[in-house]
Ligand binder design. Structure first.
Ligand SMILES: Nc1ncnc2c1ncn2[C@@H]1O[C@H](COP(=O)(O)OP(=O)(O)OP(=O)(O)O)[C@@H](O)[C@H]1O
Length: 259
């Protein structure tokens, strides 16, 4: 292993809710350029960890560092500024707004132009707006969404709405993209397509991806590394092949559901 700083370091994270320990000393690193899959049976702590990474939950102890700097002082609505983008398990878009406007909301989360500057349409605000529009245009084309750019999101098929969510997250120009069960609600072909897209996001846009996912086929086909949780602890970590044949992982899954 090289001594290079990982992109993401999760260090001894513990989260308790009253008497329940949802995460109990979980640690792992994610290298830049990697797709990391976070798996585990129901109740393992995946969502809790995801919520810590996106700053919705504050861990009871431990640290989360992005490129060496702790993110724990950051409010959830400001993680885009440090390069963390996210999507939601159930698509969370403005249904009446167009595809383009939804993506622009993402871009705006990153730009932090001032409200007064925007209102007075100062040159800097105009430039920011123009840059955001150009960036969103490029992302929508890249995702094959330009033909629906003006359509209200509400009328679009679910699979397309999921791509709009990705557009919005990518518009924040993340270094690390957090995906919360992106395969949920998609059919077989759509999951296959999503896998290709996540790989392209990494390969063509240089964005590292951390995904929480129940769809084992998807995780195992695209992840560079997999972290398996069970009962709030790290059960196994390694390449997909290593984790898939880990006896503890097999036991945790077979004990949970005979799939
Ligand atoms: N807000 C909360 N308040 C109390 N307990 C919680 C809360 N969130 C999670 N838990 C508990 O923490 C544990 C881990 O839950 P979590 O939702 O993180 O698991 P998960 O791996 O995401 O499960 P699933 O695959 O079912 O979504 C569970 O015992 C759960 O009941």
């Amino acid at each position: 292993m090289s001594g290079a700083e990982p992109l993401l370091r999760v260090a001894d994270i513990r989260v308790t809710f009253g008497g329940i320990t949802a995460l109990d000393g979980v640690s792992f690193d994610q290298r830049a350029g990697h797709i990391l899959g976070l798996i585990g049976p129901n109740g393992a702590g995946k969502t809790t960890l995801f919520n810590c990474l996106s700053r919705l939950y504050h861990p009871t102890s431990g640290d989360i560092r992005l490129e060496g700097a702790s993110i724990l002082g950051r409010a959830a609505h400001r993680i885009a500024e440090i390069g963390i983008g996210r999507t939601f398990q159930n698509v969370a878009l403005f249904q009446r707004l167009s595809v383009r406007d939804n993506a622009l909301v993402g871009g705006h989360a990153r730009t932090r132009s001032s409200m007064i500057g925007d209102a007075l349409r100062l040159p800097a605000a105009k430039r920011t707006e123009r840059d955001s529009l150009e960036r969103v245009h490029e992302i929508l084309s890249w995702l094959g969404l330009e033909s629906v750019a003006d359509a209200p999101v509400g009328g679009l098929p679910f699979g397309t709405q999921k791509r709009v969510e990705l557009a919005r997250a990518l518009a924040t120009r993340p270094k690390l993209l957090l995906l919360d069960e992106p395969a949920g609600g998609l059919n077989h072909d759509e999951v296959h397509e999503l896998g290709r897209l996540i790989r392209r996001i990494r390969d063509e846009r240089g964005v590292s991806v951390l995904l929480v996912e129940h769809h084992m086929g998807l995780v195992m086909s695209i992840a560079d590394r997999v972290v398996a949780l069970n009962f709030g602890r790290k059960l196994a970590e390694g390449t997909p092949a290593e984790v898939q044949r880990d006896p503890d992982v097999i036991r945790a899954y077979l004990g949970d559901k005979a799939a």
